[in-house]
Write a protein that binds this ligand. Sequence first.
Ligand code: PMT
Length: 403
Amino acid sequence: MPTNLEGKHITLGVTGSIACYKAIDLASKLTQAKANVDVALTRGAENFVSPLAFAAITHRPVVTDVFDPQSELSIDHVALAERSDVIVVVPATAHTIAKMAQGLADDVLTTTLLATQAPVIVAPAMDAHMFDHPATQANVKMLVERGVTFAGPASGRLASGLIGKGRLVEAPELLGVIRTTLGRDGDLAGRKIVVSAGGTEEAIDPVRVITNHSSGKMGYAIAEAARDRGASAVLVSTPTALPAPHGVRMVKVRSALDMRDAINHECQDADAVVMAAAVADWRPVSAADQKIKKGASNEWSIELTKTPDIIAGLIGDSLVKVGFAAESQDLIANAQSKLVSKGLDLIIANDITAVDAGFATDTNRVTILDREGGSDDLPLMSKYDVGVNILDRVKPLFRREKL
Ligand code: PMT
């Protein structure tokens, strides 16, 4: 799945903490995402992990010493500082954070940090008392004011045995922070894009709902693709099993009516809306206050009423409107008619009968239709790539001035 990590130069500055082993996993995930990963290890880090472990994962030399004659990067530390698109200090000890705050440059990492113009992310890992100490807190504040991004620390069980704030954040969260940081000046910077995801839940009683098979994967992938290109992405989502993507603002909803209110509100100042959610067309006329008992009858009917069509009801000429059409037959004809009847700019025709496309899959196969009669049949691809393709077609349609 190519993301905005592909081809980027990412420097990991690894400092002496028991959490060092987690940096190996991060280096591996970044390398798999086709980033060029350089690792600078401090002496403290070498007590926990060997340079060889990182070199084996990244297939690149690891730099440990500013004056190491064997390393192409040692004396020319400025080269590392200059070629980095982002530098991530992971894990960051209290000591390294203090050195950064004071502008010290007594090893390869702090020297590189002082010489770089690239954005810097710091992921602390330390004992809770060390993190809470006024000295560390003052150093963190100073670095934040200078534009350094902090990821964590998270709360939980620490190596010291304490339960508290000091754990290194997990790799998926850090990847989100890195992708958000790299995307900041992307081609969608200054644009607000609202995406809906998941299947709405229409309450029958406090226990039962009418819903559908949407996992939220399609909507989440579009929101991540928008974030990776610098957009201010808002995800209006029903409950799903997916983690909230870093750098995407989440608005949680359950029913079609909740979703309508949230979408109407968020779209007031948005540039585009992409409705990937599977919204119920019908809901019970009213939800029972108490659990409905089984009773003696073998039959039970629920009176349903139509939900409002959220995307069709959006007003404002400047909003680019993109809908999905989940179809099990006459895909293109049905999608075309929804494009027109709902007043959309684009519709994504989604055949939900294929096993590798539609609900709950990681891949999708769609056709993008536009108002002018254009039709683009995309091959099977990841839902993230479908998102990238949709955004490529949304971009020339923007009608608002940039924020
Ligand atoms: O979440 P996943 O498991 O990844 O699955 C993805 C998906 C199959 C749900 C997604 O790709 C998809 O096709 N979503 C649209 C599902 C749907 O509701 O389609 P529809 O043809 O019923 O509706 C057409 C469009 O109108 C949709 O954009 C829908 O969000 C919108 N709509 C529908 C009803 C309603 N009351 N208000 C709406 O705005």
